[in-house]
Ligand binder design. Sequence first.
Ligand code: UD1
Ligand code: UDP
Length: 379
Amino acid sequence: MKKVLTVFGTRPEAIKMAPVVQALNHSPWFECRVAVTAQHREMLDQVLDLFGIVPAHDLDIMCPGQSLFDITVRALRGLEDILRQEVPDCVLVHGDTTTTFAGALAAYYLQIPVGHVEAGLRTGNKFAPFPEELNRHLTGVLADLHFAPTARARENLLAENVPRERIVVTGNTVVDALLATARRDYRFTEPGLAGLDLSRYRILLVTTHRRENLGAPLRGVYRALCRILDDFPDTLLVFPVHPNPAVWEGVRAELADRERVILTAPLAYLPFVKLMQAAHLVLTDSGGLQEEAPALGKPVLVLRDTTERPEAVEAGTAKLVGLREDVVYQTTARLLADTETYRRMAGAVNPYGDGRAARRIIGFLAAYFGLAHPPDEFT
Ligand code: UD1
Ligand code: UDP
């Protein structure tokens, strides 16, 4: 048996690592230990509860208004003690958060092999998304094994001279989590959603949180959405608001007390998935939603100028809209008014995986440690 320590800290990392933790726990080859930095607190705990994950270590680093320096220093410092105590055979990190980078760096300092789940996504612009583009790139430099979700992500890594035999295309574990969760039943109990007949409206599901979009850019987006609500009386805007006070500030200023706007606290993953299933359209600057919505056949308008997830745009279910008020308004209005354009975007495609990514990761890891033959698809 080899010991694998998974390290994560935010909501999306937890959702996407949950299938990996579950697969490790069910495998004959690995003992899985979980360390969380808790860069997020409530939003992380929601996911741990849903998937029944009990961390062996919890650094509890989150503080209101934390800076990138706060997160990096606290995570790195705390992880040293955990790694020295656990002495794992491998550390697995996920994606592009500051926890990801700190986890990979801490493991490297102690010369522990690092596996990077969701490796190889790139925009090529080091300030967009900020600081995620560099977090992911730097983690790739530190990693020994690269679990690329798509062929394109592998190409990005090969172009940076990562050895071919250290990369495997697995699909994205978010699809594993999504498909397992979408099968479950749920009745909304959340304030604003309980008892609401969602089928009466065309639901516009909105989330925003990117650091580089805070302030004026997002406020322009919210103003565009108000104009949409005025012009399309059958629409209802549902917006689970990220708890970052800087996000709330803009939301409160532009969207509070408006008709047909439901502002909620972040939803647990199960209700959120149910909301995505009920939605007509998703508008977001989130990374994960760009992967989930296509799998559910929901068009996504991406509120960013660039994306490290071009596959859904190429498949036609996502559109890169940017943040300019007039463009967001016009694109959304067109999609609401033109059923043919909507129908073309709403075909379900799954460029990000088939729900078996975690199994492939565990298979590749077992082969790396000489515990099993590489699965046929990797040879
Ligand atoms: C972080 C990640 C980002 C990821 C996002 C997912 C970095 C630098 N950023 O950004 O890559 O896309 O998570 O959501 O790693 N807060 C709470 N409760 C929570 C979570 C956050 O109150 O459960 C508030 C705190 O005031 C915190 C603030 O939100 O200071 C910002 O959290 P932080 O993790 O620094 O940044 P995110 O924008 O969430
Ligand atoms: N999500 C959730 N509740 C919410 C909003 C989002 O569970 O209220 C999930 C969503 O389905 C996706 C993930 O959180 O799996 C995305 O997280 P976020 O947008 O915060 O981060 P990103 O993906 O941009 O890093």
